[in-house]
Ligand binder design. Sequence first.
Ligand code: PGA
Length: 262
Amino acid sequence: MRVIIRKNAESACVTAARTIAALVHRKPNAVLGLATGGTPVNCYAELIRLHRQGKLDFSNVTTFNLDEYVGLPREHSQSFYSFMHDKFFNHVNVAPSRVHLPDGMASDLAKACDDYEQQITDAGGIDLQLLGIGSDGHIAFNEPGSSLASRTRVKTLCLETIRDNARFFGSEAAVPRLSVTMGVGSIMDARRCLLLVTGANKAAAVRSAIEGPITSQVTASALQMHRFATVVLDEGAASWLTRKADYQFAESSMPDPDELLG
Ligand code: PGA
C-alpha cells in the first residue's frame, strides 16, 4: 500500500483528484469507480476545476458508482444518484449513457445486482476505484462482517453507519436500512484502488485498515491484499498510524502521483 499524508483535507482531495486526472490523461476512455460521502466532494470540485480549465476531458470516460440506498427514488435529494449529479456529473462532460449507479428501486434487486456486475465486466473492468472509509471501517456499504469475496448485492446498514449518515437525512429514523453495494470482491477486481480519508474522526478506522489484521470486521483492510492500492490521508486521518514516519520517509523519494498535470 502506498500511504500519502497531506497537511490538510483540501490538499488530500487535490492529490486524489490529480491522481484520477493523470489516469484520464493517460487513458481517455478510462473506467472510473466513484464514491459518495462528504469526503470526496472537494475531490470532485478539483476535477471540475481541471475540466473547466480545459485540462480534463471526460467524454470517453465510463463511471460506476459503488452503492445506492434501497427504496430511495433517484430524484430524492439524498440518493447517491442525486449526489453524483449535483457534485460532479452535471459539471463535466461525462456522457450520461456511460454513467452507472446501482438501482435501489429495481423490482428484482438480485437480478439488478448481477446485471451491474455484468455491466462492469462488459466495460472492461474498473481502472481506478475511488473509495472512502466509514468510521466502522467499511468500504462502500460493506459493513463489518461482509465477506471479503462479496459481489454486488443488497446489504443491511449497521447502526454506526445509520448514525453517521443521519446528518444527511435530518434523523436516524429517516436513513434507509438497506443498500445495494458493490462487494469487497468487486472492489478488489479494480486495477487500482484509491482510498481517500480526511478527518481525525476516521483515524481509528484508518489505523485498523492499514496496520491492523486483514479481517471482514474492517472491510477496508482487504486493500492490504490489493496489488495497487494508494491511500491519501490528511494529518487528522493519519494521526493514529504507528508507522507514519516510515510512510513519510518512503514518500520523500517517490514521484508525486499528480506530476503529469504539473
Ligand atoms: P464520508 O463517508 O465521506 O461521508 O465520511 C465515507 C464512507 O462512509 O465511505
